[in-house]
Structure formats: C-alpha cells, structure tokens
Write a protein that binds this ligand. Sequence first.
Ligand SMILES: [Zn+2]
Length: 413
Amino acid sequence: MGVAIVLRYQGVIVPVRVASGSMAEQLLGPHRLVTCAECGFAFRCGIDADSPLQMATCPNCGFERNDLSSLMLRDGDRVVIDRWAYFRHLPQRGDVVAFVDPTNQAQLAVKRVMGLPGEVVAIRRGELFVDGQLHRKSLEETKKLATLVYDDAFRLGDASRLPPRWQGEDAATDWRPTNEGYRCTPAISATTTSDWLMYRHWRCYTSPNSRTEESPITDNYAYNQGLSRELHEVTDLLLSCELTVAEDGEAAFLIHDGWASFMMLLSAKTRSVALSRGEDLLDRVVIPNYIDLQRVTIELGAIDDQILVAVSGETLIRHEYLPLAVPLQPTSRPLGIAARRGDCSVSNVRVYRDIHHLNPIRGDWAWTGRTRLGVEEFLVLGDNSPLSNDSRHWPEPELHRELVIGKVLMPRR
Ligand SMILES: [Zn+2]
C-alpha cells in the first residue's frame, strides 16, 4: 500500500498522480470529499481504508452519520517531481521525495525523508529520535506535519444542539461567543483572577458513547475511516488564533504538554511575551517593533519537549526541556485563553496535533540494519503513519540515493 503512482518519469519535471493515502493529509490518493452534514466542516476520506458502513465520522464535531455512498470518488492528487532538485544537493529532512519502491521496483512511491546519511534513527513514544536525541522540530517543520484537530470556525451556532468546545471554565465567565470567535470584557475585579476559556476535546471517532464525552486528543485520522486500530493519545499540540487586545492589555494562553501546564502571557503594554510553568518564569522576550500589536496571530505549541511561541509568524520563544520521568497524564482540556487586562478577543481559533509515528512492532523501533545509515542512504516515512508502507516495514529500511527520482513539489491546499 505505498503511494503507487503512474510509472512515467522521463524529463525534468514529471507530472504524476498519487494512488494511495500513505502521505495523507498532505498528499491524497483517490478520496471522497465530505462536507459534514452537521457542522459544515469539509474533510477527505481515502479509499485505502474505506468505511464498510459507508458512513464517515466528522473529525471536527463527531457527527457519525455523514453518508459516503452518494459521494463522487475523486482522483488522487496530481503532483510534479523535480528531477533536478537533487542534482547537486542531497535530500533534506522533511523533503517529500519520489523514488522507485525498493520492495517492488515496478512502482514509484512518495514518502518524507526522516533519516539522513550517517544517522541512527529510532521511534519512541511516537517521536523521532536521531542519534539518540529527540528530533525537535521548528514551528515550520511542525506545521508541515500537523493534523487539524478542531477548527472553531465550524462550531454549531445553536449551543442547545451541541455545546461549544471552547467554554468558560467557570459558569460566571466573562467570555462570550462572537461571529468569528470569542470576546472577553473582564469585570474590574477580574484583573487578578483567571477567567479561562478552555478547549474541551471530544474523541470524534465512531463510538457507542456520546460524542460530547471528553477525551484526550488522539492520533485519529479522518482520512482512514474504515481502519480499525488502537489509537494513541497525543500530547504534542499547537494552538493558533488571531488575537486582539486593548492598547495596554494582556492576554494569557495555557498549554498542557501531558505532564505540566505552561502559561504564555502577552503584554501589549510592555510589548513582551513571557513563558512560565507554575511560579517559574522560563523566558521573556520583547516583541519586535515591526509587529503591529493591534491584531496578531498567536501560535503556541507544546511540541517535541519544547514550548514554541510565535507572534505574527515570528518564533519568539523556543524553550526546550527534559521530559519528566513519570508517565504522561494527558488531559481532555489541554488549552486555555484568558484576558488579563482590558478587552480581549480571539478569532480563527484552531487546534492541531503533531504527527505520532507508529512502530511497526510493539515497543520501540530502531533502524536495525547496520548501525548507521550509509553515506548515500535515507530513511523515509509516510505522514499517514497507520497506513503507510515505508522504511519501518521494509526488510532493509534504508533507501539508496540511486532509487530517488526527485523532489515532490507539494500542491497548495
Ligand atoms: Zn462536523
């Protein structure tokens, strides 16, 4: 079940069509485009793991009865392969490459490069380890691999049918829904207390229980509707939103990494962002003058044992830490937003999760050929980890450079 594509690769730029979903959601094989009958969120279901019931569960609201049978089957993505890309340079980590499938040389396949020549690569607790160290992704790398978990633009207007996923933690909250998001006008007495607008996660996959039952975020893929497998809790999350604060206002953001809560405070008054855990101030950075604080894009991630804070696309804080030596305790309410001073409103609120690499065998997976990848060898993995047939499954995991056809130019979505 690789991404088999049409075998015609003469020329410099070669157009091909993706034939399976091992790189979903970045590259799609034949699929159906579903618009949720309840919340209007659009998502794509592959046919690699088609639903036997011909019903799809919406990843955004958990509605289970989206009818697939009447939907047109769409072709896989058309992509082009740049055969010149690696004429002078080697593939880089994160590149999506097309290559001759080493397990079936009559087929092309498309995967993402995750291990480079000279490295020892392993997968532990869903993460990629390179030479024994957790590979910590930048925000840009994270966004390439991230899966959208909840887009609040598609919340149901009628809260009596379905309660909102973002709600004030206390009944006496000053947060109110607006057309685009939420607004808080804190009472004067509220400047020292926290009135958190909290995200509550529901599972959003088929289950006999109520869809509004809270659950930690998992490595569910809406694309794989008919695939029956064990799901894993994912604690690497990314929150993004547009934020408007008063001229001297402050807004706080909360993120739980499965072990602890971190708080990021943005102060328009002092033009700074500060990161703390409990009473400990971990970092404080001045926001550059060229960023207009009237309305900013906030990205806050707990990714690969680090907290990432970006304001209007600029990564201002990248705080790395060591994981605690205790089991993870994921929460169903891992994210929060609070107004600390003056009016505060947020819009385009989205929650993403990081990729969770699966082991093809129980326990840790380490590349077990020779101890290191050779000078012209790579390790390649599919983004759709449960579905992808890649280095993890091959008798010899390494992909030799001479099998690489070129770099896949990714379609815009
Ligand atoms: Zn929905």
